[in-house]
Design a protein around this ligand. Structure first.
Ligand code: MSP
Length: 509
């Protein structure tokens, strides 16, 4: 039986620097998915948080003249403030320096050590500080890190290892028999390609304190701290009560969607599933890897100085427009390009012209021709051919939006809603309520404007998870609160006699 609950996670973000658009994107995507599932009536849990241990954070602290904990405490606020500003509705926020997380990491380590899933050995190899990962000589590309291309350091030291290699065949088989586990498909092939051509190594899960002290101490050896990825991945279960609150844990786990960027595919589709297997915990239903946001055609990077600051975009164009652009512009799985020109183009065409303008016209005409109240409708309001056609288009948008959530084609769903919005504009051109009014056809004007308002109501409900603030304002103008599932397919929800409010210009040009 498939479980009727929805648990979505984002990666937990490093607190070595302030958040940028990549972080904002994954979090907004998770928020939109969570919000759609709430709208569909599915019990939903949405987790995000911060990854606070490890070398990156330690180095940032050193550079800033702070203790690592101070570095974390100062930076975490920037994430939390941004999420508030972006209207993120996460149910929990986990920091890996919290006690509730640290004790679980230590219990997991002790259990795996007791069952000989973790052992002590001498390690000789290469280490990339940026990726916080070890590589064998043969895996280096031109002597550099195979993941990020930066220089690697030679290292010889005693460490603790997780017996990851013994799960190689099991993992290949699992991925092949669970096509929904790694999405999109081509990412599953990427992981499989790697698993089938390379011998999986055991995973070094410790760092000697002499080299790095900022981490969770190994419960069985006080000279070591835990490797940051082994610590961080466990956040997804420590936060929902693993080993502490069985009812809560069983309600949400296995997670439905674990969202990640494509750069952290290996950690989430090799390390994470083998860790869970060793712990006897079921795997998440889907790890979904999205692509990169590029500036024009180049990768965003601090050294190139082309990183988009989400706060600045929001200050200039508003939260909802920013959220809308990110979701509408990226085909999930592919890379997408962020340019201010593309942003403005989409803002003007979809939001200012099509949607905003339609709302202004509808509200103005309801004011002028219906005394600013919602007209009473006879039972035949939907009988006319143009009315039928419009309502069918709106219902089609409901169907497409709903299915786009299942298939993770959110941009397609949004396009269907915008198509319905344009239909309403066309409907006005066909019916010409201003002419109807001039000819004294009061009842006909009422039907035309009511149809438009009802269509807008449904479109606003479908857009609400993406643009919560503006769509709330739009719905409030018709006397409506938060959207409800039961109202998406019903005609005639706005009450006759409702005094039409003035939402102002939703999307100024
Ligand atoms: N701390 C780890 C994740 C641990 S999860 C158990 C980490 N943190 S991160 O802060 O470096 O990155 C977090 C996410 O941001 C990654 O999924 C990464 O793909 C994403 N992005 C960073 N830059 C990005 C873009 N330019 N575009 C889209 N997302 C990118 O990795």
């Amino acid at each position: 039986m498939t479980k009727k609950s929805y648990y979505v996670t984002t990666p937990i973000y490093y607190v070595n620097d302030k958040p940028h658009i990549g972080h904002a994107y994954t979090t907004i995507l998770a928020d939109v998915l969570a919000s759609y599932h709430r709208l569909l009536g599915t019990p939903t849990w949405f987790l995000t948080g911060t990854d606070e241990h490890g070398q990156k954070v330690q180095q940032a602290a050193d550079k800033n003249g702070l203790t690592p904990q101070q570095q974390c405490d100062q930076t975490v606020v920037r994430f939390q403030e941004l999420w508030k500003r972006l209207e993120i509705t996460n149910d929990d926020f986990i920091r890996t320096t919290e006690e509730r997380h640290k004790v679980i990491v230590q219990e997991v380590l002790q259990d795996l050590y007791d069952r000989d899933e973790i052992y002590r050995a001498e390690y000789e190899g290469w280490y990339c500080v940026g990726c916080e990962r070890f590589f064998a000589e043969k895996d280096l590309v031109d002597g550099n890190c195979p993941e990020c291309g930066r220089k690697v350091d030679a290292i010889v030291e005693t460490n603790y290892f997780f017996r990851m290699s013994k799960y190689q065949e099991w993992l290949i088989d699992y991925i092949e028999t669970h096509p929904e586990f790694i999405q999109p498909d081509f990412r599953a092939n990427e992981t499989l390609g790697f698993l089938k051509t390379k011998k999986l190594q055991d995973l070094c899960i410790s760092r000697p304190k002499s080299r790095l002290a900022w981490g969770i101490e190994l419960p069985f050896d006080k000279e070591f701290v835990t490797y940051v990825w082994f610590d961080a991945l466990l956040n997804y279960i420590s936060a929902i009560g693993y080993k502490r609150d069985d009812a809560k844990f069983n309600q949400w786990w296995p997670a439905t969607h674990q969202l990640i960027g494509k750069d952290i595919l290996t950690t989430h589709t090799v390390y994470w599933p083998t860790m869970l297997k060793a712990m006897n915990v079921p795997l998440p239903k889907t790890v979904f890897a999205h692509g990169w946001w590029l500036t024009g055609r180049t990768k965003m990077s601090k050294s190139l100085g082309n990183v988009v600051n989400p706060m600045e975009m929001v200050d200039r164009y508003g939260v909802d427009a920013f959220r809308y652009f990110l979701i509408a512009e990226m085909t999930l799985g592919q890379d997408a390009s962020f340019t201010e020109e593309a942003f403005i183009r989409r803002y003007n065409s979809d939001l200012a012209n099509d949607l905003g303008n339609l709302m202004s016209r509808t509200v103005n005409m309801l004011g002028r021709y219906c005394d600013g109240t919602f007209p009473a409708l006879g039972s035949g309001a939907l009988d006319g051919a143009p009315e039928q056609e419009l309502w069918t288009a709106v219902q089609q948008a409901v169907v497409e939006m709903e299915s786009s959530i299942g298939t993770m084609h959110l941009n397609g769903g949004l396009a269907a809603v915008l198509a319905a919005v344009r239909k309403v504009n066309q409907y006005f051109e066909i019916k010409q309520p201003w002419t109807q009014a001039k000819e004294g056809k009061t009842e006909a004007v009422g039907v035309t404007l009511a149809l438009a308002a009802e269509s807008l109501r449904v479109c606003a409900a479908l857009l609400y998870p993406v643009m919560p603030e503006k769509m709330s304002a739009l719905r409030a103008a018709f006397g409506l609160g938060k959207p409800e599932l039961s109202q998406l397919r019903t005609f005639g929800v706005i009450k006759a006699g409702t005094v039409i409010g003035n939402p102002g210009i939703l999307f100024p040009r």
